[in-house]
Design a protein around this ligand. Structure first.
Ligand code: KG4
Ligand code: ZN
Length: 336
């Protein structure tokens, strides 16, 4: 029987990505053109620079994705695209490319929420079973999301200030680690010890919300104070101490939410889901504390922004006939 083939676009931030996904579960191609080198010197993503890169890369990504998947436009069943949240100019490039392909080749258009895409990256591991809880940790979001069915997202807790990834990137600047700092700080953390014992914000509070800006300030103050008195601090220990605080808080809130919301599966997704410290703690603690909850870690290569995850979410929407039309617009502050 013929496979369902979706051409999926992602351009919400600093990666231009186009993928071909078969039956929502097999990645035939997942081309990712990263712009990180262009943004590094600014210490973060510059929206105008991002839009221009997306425009330059998008048609090449489409060609490469089709070629790598060994398919043509005629083989496709639908086009899926991230339409928010993200940078408006960046999103618009993907949305317009997807609309053009859909119109030119008479294909249905599937508008996908970027954060839903992150969650559905874990569907490449296994089909979802509901109810499900997702710990969604990225550069812009830190949320506990409860799902009773496909496409139903209920935010149970979220950050009140910085997202986890944002905190990594901000303390990265202080350590001289280029943007995006998460991966390098994760590696440094594994070489160090939690000697600074930074605050674990809201860890004992009876809610499912997070806060990372106090940790960020404590970190920056510690480094600046040491600078002023001419003391040199061990960067690996600083990284390990920061990461221990982030992971402790994420773990504690996640384990607490699972008591009130028993679920069949816990999904870890988003850019920060690539964090080894966090993955290891969940793997170590979830099976003993919640033996009836299966852990689905988004595959390492699919934690960051990519088109395949949009194809996975798009496939579910395709089955539910959730289509958009030519009036589809980018929605930079799209919520679940
Ligand atoms: O999901 P993502 O690719 O983009 C957004 O939608 O925001 O997440 C990017 C974020 C960045 O802040 C980056 O520093 C962080 O994910 N990140 C990590 C790791 N790898 C990427 N944070 C902690 N540990 C990592 N290994
Ligand atoms: Zn993302």
């Amino acid at each position: 029987e013929k496979q369902n083939l979706i051409l999926a676009f992602e351009s919400s931030c600093d990666e231009t990505s186009v993928a071909v996904v078969a039956d929502g579960q097999t990645i035939l191609s997942n081309v990712i053109a990263t712009q990180i080198n262009s943004h590094k010197r600014f210490g973060g993503v510059v929206p105008e620079v991002a839009s221009r890169h997306h425009i330059e890369e998008i048609t090449i990504c489409i060609e490469d994705a089709l070629k790598e998947a060994n398919v043509t436009y005629d083989d496709l069943d639908a086009v899926a695209v991230t339409y928010g949240p993200g940078l408006v100019g960046a999103l618009l490039v993907g949305v317009n490319a997807a609309k053009t392909v859909a119109y030119a080749h008479h294909l249905p258009l599937i508008p996908v929420n970027h954060m839903a895409g992150h969650i559905y990256a874990a569907r490449f591991v296994k089909p979802f079973e509901f109810p499900l809880m997702a710990l969604l940790v990225s550069g812009g979001h830190t949320e506990l999301v409860y799902m009773q069915a496909d496409g139903q997202f209920e935010i149970i807790g979220e950050t009140r200030d910085d997202a986890a990834g944002e905190a990594y990137d901000k303390i990265g600047r202080v350590l001289g680690v280029p943007y995006p700092a998460g991966k390098v700080i994760d590696e440094m953390a594994h070489q160090g010890q939690d000697t600074f014992n930074f605050p674990r914000a809201m860890i004992d509070e009876d809610n499912y919300d997070f806060s990372f800006s106090g940790l960020k300030s404590a970190f920056i103050n510690t480094v600046h104070h040491a600078d002023q008195i001419g003391e040199t601090l061990d960067k690996n220990d600083l990284a390990a101490s920061f990461q221990a605080s982030v992971v402790d808080v994420l773990m504690s809130k996640t384990l607490r939410v699972l008591k009130e919301y028993p679920v069949k599966q816990l999904v870890l997704a988003g850019g920060v889901a690539a964090n080894h410290g966090l993955r290891e703690r969940l793997q170590a603690e979830l099976p003993t504390k919640f033996p009836n909850t299966e852990l689905l870690l988004a595959p390492l290569k699919l934690c960051g922004d990519n088109g395949a995850m949009i194809g996975a979410a798009g496939y579910i929407q395709y089955q539910h006939h959730q289509f958009g039309d030519a009036s589809l617009n980018a929605d930079p502050s799209l919520e679940f």
